[in-house]
Design a protein around this ligand. Structure first.
Ligand SMILES: Cc1cc2nc3c(=O)[nH]c(=O)nc-3n(C[C@H](O)[C@H](O)[C@H](O)COP(=O)(O)O)c2cc1C
Length: 275
């Protein structure tokens, strides 16, 4: 493949497309070109009007898991036993968490019925424990789609993962002792993803959880504070395209970090104290 931009910068001398000097070199070249382009408004107009984009290729990946923290959700089963499941479609806003779960998972059934759970965040040192829970389910029988993917029924998730249950303060399901972060939570809202699509409606649910207790290991607390987590000490386990990773070191000064954390404190914190 070869291409040439309207301004003639983006020539491919080897005629082998973006890989001619290895992926890193090609990105570096592209970024350096972008910087030059920013200095020259005429060239910027060229890129804006051209249908050729030398930096990207349109692709259709089966999944779009670009990297999110792994969460082990503990929930109570209807018979009083406990379930524990890994998931990673999760993010946080204030003292709320938004999670995405397959509607047929045991965890989802438990959350919809009992409306409480613990979000246990493993560190990157716990990757092996998490991996032992992969391809297991607390559902018996195993749903057909999971049979197809090689899942098995596992009634003792804590035992299989080599993890220790410890009592929660406010909710029924136990916390995971080894996880540096345990967030006790209640379900406030359940919605369907892709609700507009007849085929997909109801298959994946988006649950809004309100956090009611935050427990952390002392070694990830910011020194001399009782309300801060030290991001240099907290090493989350990250799932990216089905592989498990840790975080590298801090890569840049953060302008956002200049905003004092206390300015983010919302009413859910006061509300949680009443429980
Ligand atoms: C690292 C990891 C991340 C996962 N992330 C999700 C997720 O975000 N949402 C989901 O529905 N399932 C996710 N899964 C698959 C669930 O763990 C799987 O559906 C499991 O059977 C749920 O257990 P349960 O049926 O006992 O609730 C993930 C699995 C692993 C190992």
């Amino acid at each position: 493949m070869s291409w040439q931009s309207p301004d003639g910068w983006h020539t491919d001398p080897a005629g082998v497309g973006n890989d001619f000097a290895g992926p890193r070199a090609s990105v570096d070249n592209a970024m350096s070109d972008s910087r030059q382009r920013a200095d020259n408004s005429a060239d910027t107009v060229d890129l804006m009007t051209s249908t050729v984009d030398p930096l990207h290729t349109a692709i259709e990946p089966g999944i779009l898991y670009f990297g999110t923290p792994v969460v082990l959700i503990s929930t109570d089963n209807e018979d009083g036993s406990v379930n524990l499941a890994p998931m990673s479609s999760a993010f946080w806003l204030g003292w709320r968490a938004v999670i995405g779960l397959n509607a047929r998972s045991k965890t989802t059934e438990n959350l919809v019925r009992a409306r409480e759970c613990v979000l246990n965040l493993p560190s990157d040192a716990m990757a092996a424990n998490v991996d032992r829970l992969a391809l297991t389910t607390g559902s018996d029988p195993v749903p057909p789609v999971k049979v197809q993917r090689g899942y098995r029924f596992e009634p003792d998730k804590f035992g299989v993962a080599g993890l220790t249950p410890v009592a929660s303060e406010v909710v029924g399901p136990p916390r995971v002792a080894e996880c540096p972060v345990n967030l006790e939570a209640v379900v406030e809202d359940v919605r369907s993803l892709a609700a507009e699509d007849d085929v997909q409606r109801g298959k994946i649910l988006v649950l809004e959880l309100r956090i009611v207790r935050v427990h952390v290991h002392d070694d990830i607390r910011m020194e001399a504070t009782n309300d801060r987590i030290d991001p240099d000490a907290w090493r989350p386990l990250i799932m990216s395209f089905q592989q498990l990773y840790g975080l590298g070191p801090r890569v840049h000064q953060s302008t956002l970090a200049q905003v004092p954390e206390r300015l983010y404190r919302g009413p859910d914190i006061e509300r949680a104290r009443t429980l």
